[in-house]
Design a protein around this ligand. Structure first.
Ligand code: ATR
Length: 283
């Protein structure tokens, strides 16, 4: 990579951030398209977020991704926020448009594209069982609601969080049936799974070092599609078990890829070289 006096700087704000796959993915993409751009990781502490967001303007940083723990708290420091990001309540991509900081959430589009490309899923008209009620669940719920899902059952360990999320989205999307359930209620979990066209895991359960959820997968129909946002390990216990039953199932590395591709396109206006970016994630 050649750095010149005119090299545009992109990056990611997170804390911690050194584990991020995004620098490898975006630098590979810049190189493949011959763009004079570089992408670096900025470890930004929560107390420094406002000053760091301001520095994007003063130092003409062209764009950033935003990750844990800043996705929600960055919003007050931006000039505009997209409809998706507003609904999710979180921004993962900022474009510096001549000093105007524009916020987006590409997890929404990244999830939809991953569903389509990996398991041939278009959520319009579908009944969905959604596990989790944290930040990732909000992005998935936004994607499903904005794309015409028919019924969504939010299932969470802490049922009050599922209820809060369901109520909030029900207010904005009256035509969709959105209900909340506790993970500990075996009967309702079983009936949610039995009636689902799509099962999505948005909890961190099943991540390397975190126990998987004990789910009654035998209740799933043979056509039910399964998507697990967890991507480490590359085949989670949930996906392995679903595949053993013959269900089409995929883990979440492709969502990481496609959210990155959408960020890249927002920043550069060029079509993201998805194959190159995929290779940089080495899967
Ligand atoms: P993220 O931004 O990845 O969504 P988060 O906002 O911290 O992270 O949300 C984590 C989600 O995973 C929550 O739904 C959490 O359930 P609670 O709301 O009950 O905490 C869920 N989760 C994490 N570990 C879990 C486990 N071991 N069993 C069940 N649910 C778990």
């Amino acid at each position: 990579m050649k750095i010149s006096g005119a090299t545009k700087v992109y990056g990611i704000f997170g804390h911690p951030v050194s584990h991020s796959f995004s620098p490898a993915m975006h630098n590979a993409a810049f190189e493949a398209l011959g763009l004079d751009c570089v992408y670096v990781a900025f470890d930004v502490q929560p107390k420094d977020l406002e000053a760091s967001a301001g520095a994007l303007r003063t130092m003409s940083v062209a764009g950033i991704n935003v990750t844990v723990p800043h996705k929600e708290s960055v919003i007050p420091f931006l000039d505009t926020v997209s409809q998706e990001a507003e609904l999710v309540g979180a921004v993962n991509t900022v474009k510096n448009d001549g000093g105007v900081l524009k916020g987006y959430n590409t997890d929404v589009g990244g999830f939809l594209r991953a569903l389509k490309e990996d398991i041939g899923c278009e959520p319009g008209g579908m009944r969905v069982a959604l596990l989790g009620a944290g930040g990732a669940a909000r992005a998935v719920l936004t994607a499903l609601c904005m794309n015409g899902a028919r019924e969504i059952n939010v299932i969470n360990r802490t049922v009050a969080k599922a209820q809060g999320l369901a109520d909030e989205f029900q207010n904005s999307f009256e035509q969709i049936v959105i209900n909340a359930h506790g993970l500990a209620n075996a009967d309702s979990v079983e009936s949610c799974l039995a009636g689902a066209d799509l099962l999505v895991n948005c909890t961190s359960a099943g991540m390397k070092g975190v126990e998987s959820l004990a789910l009654p997968l035998e209740a799933l129909g043979s056509e039910t599609l399964v998507y697990d946002l967890v991507y480490n390990p590359l085949e989670t216990e949930l996906v392995a078990a679903a595949r053993r039953r013959g269900n089409l199932a995929e883990t979440g590395l492709s969502m990481l890829l496609y959210q990155g591709a959408e960020s890249f396109e927002i920043w550069t206006g060029a079509r993201a070289p998805v194959e190159v970016m995929k290779q940089a994630l080495s899967f």
